[in-house]
Design a protein around this ligand. Structure first.
Ligand SMILES: NC(=O)c1ccc[n+]([C@@H]2O[C@H](COP(=O)([O-])OP(=O)(O)OC[C@H]3O[C@@H](n4cnc5c(N)ncnc54)[C@H](OP(=O)(O)O)[C@@H]3O)[C@@H](O)[C@H]2O)c1
Length: 301
């Protein structure tokens, strides 16, 4: 298929690489032109120099995938919009709040342009192994773009969940769950650190836990990588930022009168970590960097 892709960041760049490897034609645009040049020269993407040039290089009805931070979606959308026509499809693959997605979809519907939301999971490692994607919008649009979604994902790692916002909604809940799971892992290792068996090697333990235990999984694997890259977590400050999804999960749960004490407390602990840093928050900070490349605050900063 031919599509346009805006946002060649940590996620977008490798998603485009996967699409190109699978034989799709991808017209790319990025705020910083170097990445456009790199992926075009090295991987065969079709470069563009402005939003106008970008949209002109697409066939109608156009399919455009945005992969930018949620705070910049309106800005990017509004710059593309003048060049779109009835029947075109604009996709937001970032972590946008689902209520904002519904608002944007309604705005675009009035202009005859379809909007589609895809929550992407898998982090940076998924560049090699494939992503997991959760989508929302018109089902006919899902069918239309299923070949590109399928080619970016692991087998069975994608699905359509309902009207606009549904994809971002389930991604928001996914990230809320992630908050709780990461905090639990951090806490467990913190108890071990302070407990009676001081000789326990955390790297060895995370490696053993990742081979056959009930808590085996990607997060434990990244914990092991974290202990490899930050022995004893000595260089890690322990501050854990929160980017929106956990907060929105808590707000939504409260709106619908659902108690979520673990996710809520995990969010509070991140907020408190500005002043109250523990071995657990150090592990959560390192985990975020291992899977998402979000960076960590170093101790000396
Ligand atoms: N990192 C993860 O693990 C992960 C996982 C799932 C979903 N997500 C979501 O995916 C989206 C992208 O994340 P990322 O990690 O790839 O972020 P990133 O590495 O910071 O890249 C952001 C991209 O957006 C572009 N951009 C930023 N502000 C812009 C603006 N005002 N106008 C135009 N372009 C702008 C950047 O262009 P420049 O190159 O010019 O800076 C870059 O291409 C976000 O919504 C994020 O929440 C991230």
């Amino acid at each position: 298929m031919k599509l346009g892709f805006v946002g060649l960041g940590k996620m977008g760049y490798h998603m485009v690489e996967r699409l190109l490897e699978k034989g799709h034609e991808v017209v790319v645009y990025n705020r910083s032109p170097e990445k456009v040049q790199k992926i075009s020269e090295e991987k065969g993407a079709i470069p563009s120099t402005s939003y106008e040039d970008f949209v002109k290089k697409l066939d109608s009805p156009k399919i455009i995938w945005m992969m930018v931070p949620h705070k910049t979606v309106d800005e990017v959308k509004n710059q593309i919009l003048p060049y779109l026509e009835k029947g075109d499809l604009l996709i937001d693959g970032g972590n946008s709040r689902y209520t904002e997605t519904i608002r944007r979809a309604n705005e675009l519907k009035e202009k005859g342009i379809n909007y589609f939301d895809v929550g992407v999971s898998g982090g940076l490692a998924a560049a090699k192994t494939g992503y997991c994607m959760m989508s929302g919008g018109e089902e006919t649009d899902f069918k239309k773009i299923e070949p590109i979604i399928k080619d970016m994902c692991v087998p069975n790692g994608y699905g359509y969940f309902g009207t606009n916002g549904a994809g971002h909604y389930v991604k928001m809940i996914h990230n809320g769950i992630e908050y709780g799971m990461m905090q639990a892992i951090g806490e467990g290792f913190n108890v071990i650190k302070e407990g009676p068996f001081k000789e326990i090697n955390m790297l060895k333990l995370s490696n053993v836990w990742n081979n056959g235990s009930i808590i085996q999984g990607k997060l434990i694997e990244w914990t092991k990588d974290g202990f490899e890259h930050h022995p004893g977590m000595e260089d890690v400050d322990g501050f854990v930022p929160h980017s929106g999804e956990g907060q929105w999960t808590v707000e939504d749960a409260e709106k619908y009168n659902v108690e979520i004490p673990i996710i809520k407390r995990s969010l509070e602990i991140r907020k408190e970590s500005e002043n109250k840093k523990t071995f657990a928050t150090k592990i959560v900070s390192v985990l975020r960097d291992e899977f998402g490349g979000h960076g960590i605050k170093k101790k000396e900063e």
